[in-house]
Design a binder for this molecule. Structure first.
Ligand code: HEM
Length: 355
């Protein structure tokens, strides 16, 4: 990422402005991070830090937040509106859409492979163990896609819709916003076996979580921040049974209350809040719960169990801004895992099947 610290006179400053506008028009990811001007005897002393790097994907192609500006100006407003309506209709679906993006990206990249339906000749990811009867939100994506196909046929990919839906859901529920670089294309394949092995189960210990995220190019810090997604949404009894009966690092009365609803056998699909305090608000209560040994999943409490990541959990529990900042950064990174761009993949007409 080039960084230029330069002294400029007024003419040169204007030139830099024109250059930035040009790069923006070309769809480059330009940000003037800092422009500082002070007057001294020699005139203006200006420090310009200019970043003019396109977002490079693993395929080496460009993505851009303005990708649909000319191709489909209504794209982002249609997605935002679709998400607002869906969450008004059912609050939980915001959480489900965030998780959908995660489960898409961890299996061969963010390419909407998770949306493909099984057919007699094709086995996809929807019925893989981590997804089956658990991942939700498909109808919301279908509905948004149908509106987009009317507005701009064949232009907006299902993978971009999923990435935008995750962002817009988090924003709607009170979390941070971030710029989603766009231009992803949709897969023509899916992998149930990779879904079974790439998505970490709730029985994971800390080192398994770290390894699983590292395999996707995500750091420990990214992993801890992304886990804060469990500040919204619900989990089934089957996902936390082992924790409430076997774990010792769990608040006794919290475990007892959960045992009343989730017996040692049966009631597998009974739902509980991942964040017992504010399950429909995107805040930092997930981390506060961990400090009190009230993480719902075994994997959640692994983040605060006497290891070196305890300090990060404490930080996020006490500093919402730090959590939001790191979460947004990590979401951008996750949403750019192994993308299909250029002439790779396709723009599906119906997100559930290949063209
Ligand atoms: C760190 C490893 C992770 C593990 C082991 C894990 C595991 C789980 C499990 C078991 C559930 C409940 C599923 C069910 O019972 O049906 C769940 C729900 C959820 N997960 Fe995660 N997850 C992890 C990371 C993430 C990440 C990175 C995100 C998003 C970026 C995320 C977002 C969510 C959300 C929002 C829900 C609630 C979904 C709903 O209510 O429909 N999780 N997770």
């Amino acid at each position: 990422m080039p960084r230029f610290d330069v002294k400029l006179n007024i003419g040169q400053r204007n030139f830099v402005r024109v250059l930035c506008v040009l790069l923006l028009v070309l769809g480059k990811n330009v940000s003037i991070i800092h422009v500082m001007a002070t007057r001294n005897a020699l005139g203006f002393f200006v420090v310009v830090v200019l970043l003019a790097t396109p977002v490079i994907t693993t395929t080496g192609r460009d993505l851009s937040p303005t990708y649909y500006h000319s191709k489909c100006p209504e794209a982002l407003p249609i997605v935002r509106d679709g998400i607002a309506k869906a969450i008004k209709n059912e609050t939980r679906v915001g959480a489900s859409l965030l998780r959908l993006h995660f489960h898409d990206c961890f299996v061969n990249g963010c390419d909407a492979s998770i949306l493909l339906d099984d057919t007699p000749n094709f086995v996809g990811e929807k019925t893989a163990a981590p997804n089956n009867n658990s991942v939700r939100g498909f109808e919301v994506i279908d509905h948004i896609k149908a509106r987009l196909e009317k507005a701009c046929p064949g232009v907006v990919s299902c993978a971009d819709i999923v990435a935008l839906a995750a962002r817009d859901s988090v924003v709607y529920l009170g979390g941070p916003s971030w710029k989603v670089s766009l231009g992803r294309r949709d897969s023509t394949t899916a992998s149930r076996s990779l879904a079974n092995t790439s998505i970490p189960p709730p029985t994971s210990n800390l080192s398994a979580l770290i390894t699983s995220f590292a395999a996707q190019g995500l750091s420990v810090r990214n992993m801890v921040a992304l886990s804060g997604s469990h500040t919204i949404g619900l989990a089934r009894c089957t996902s936390f049974r082992g924790r409430i009966y076997n774990d010792s690092n769990i608040d006794a009365s919290f475990a007892h209350k959960l045992q009343m609803k989730c017996p040692k056998s049966g009631n597998d699909s009974v739902l509980q809040r991942l964040d017992i305090q504010t399950p429909t608000f995107f805040d930092n209560f997930y981390y506060k719960n961990l400090l009190q040994k009230k993480g719902l999943l075994h994997s959640d409490q692994e983040l605060f169990n006497g290891s070196s990541v305890d300090s990060l959990v404490k930080k996020y529990a006490g500093d919402t801004a730090a959590f939001f900042h790191d979460f947004a950064r990590a979401m951008i990174k996750m949403s750019e895992i192994k993308l299909l761009t250029g002439s790779n993949g396709q723009i599906r007409k119906n997100c559930r099947k290949m063209n």
